[in-house]
Write a protein that binds this ligand. Structure first.
Ligand code: GTP
Ligand code: ZN
Length: 202
């Protein structure tokens, strides 16, 4: 059984934090009426602590730093990276919401290594989130770093807080869209984006 960690100087800060989270997970299990000494639960507090570290790793990443590989290029675009899968944690219930993000931008002077767009989605999803904020943050980060003529992001997700509990609507999808620059008001560009990611405008 885990004891509450007491001497921060013995462990480095991240191990201390992991041990404290594990301790509190163990307390939650106890309060839920579980027998924390049974075989299947012995390592669960530490597993949950490690899982949270993984799922919340984006908290410690500056999203602008992720777009660090840029190239001077006269391409006009659009550059569209579609079907980027992500897993995030709903900040209201701390359960996953997951789905795909589709991102496009119109380069002005710079393009970015395309994997960095997917890394940006990872950094912004690996934290406690709401889908609307995540979608806006994708657009705002690309706008700030690349200064393109326009950016648009469409995120489609299933929220387990709506499927497994509460209103219980498995299969329901939430779609959010954010845009800036030329993508904000140019109907043709928005329409082209929706077509190219396999969605027609409704
Ligand atoms: N706008 C938005 N809402 C979200 C997101 N994730 C979860 N929610 C909603 O956050 C709300 C929290 O509502 P509350 O009434 O405080 O919590 P609750 O009693 O657990 O609500 P129910 O889920 O309706 O049972 C719920 O309506 C969730 O569906 C998200 O990414 N964006
Ligand atoms: Zn939720």
């Amino acid at each position: 059984m885990l004891q509450q960690p007491s001497s921060p100087e013995v462990l480095d800060a991240s191990l201390q934090q992991r041990s404290e989270i594990a301790y509190h997970v163990q307390e939650i299990l106890k309060l839920s009426g579980e027998d924390i000494t049974r075989d299947g639960l012995l390592d669960t507090p530490m597993r949950v602590a490690k899982m949270l570290e993984e799922l919340l790793a984006g908290m410690h990443v500056n999203p602008e730093d992720v777009l660090n590989t840029t190239f001077e290029e006269a391409a006009e675009g659009p550059v569209i990276v579609s079907d980027i899968t992500f897993y995030s944690l709903c900040e209201h219930h701390m359960v996953p919401f997951f789905g795909t993000a589709h991102v496009a931008y119109l380069p002005s002077k710079k393009i970015v290594g395309i994997s960095k767009i997917a890394r940006l989605v990872d950094a912004l999803s690996h934290r406690l989130q709401v889908q609307e904020r995540m979608t806006e943050q994708i657009v705002n980060t690309i706008q700030k770093v690349l200064e393109p003529a326009g950016v648009i992001a469409l995120v489609e997700a299933e929220h387990t807080c709506m499927c497994a509990r509460g209103v219980k609507k498995p299969g329901s999808k939430t779609t959010t869209l954010a845009s800036c620059g030329e993508y904000r008001n140019n109907y043709q560009l928005r329409s082209e984006f929706l077509q190219m990611i396999g969605r027609t405008q409704r």
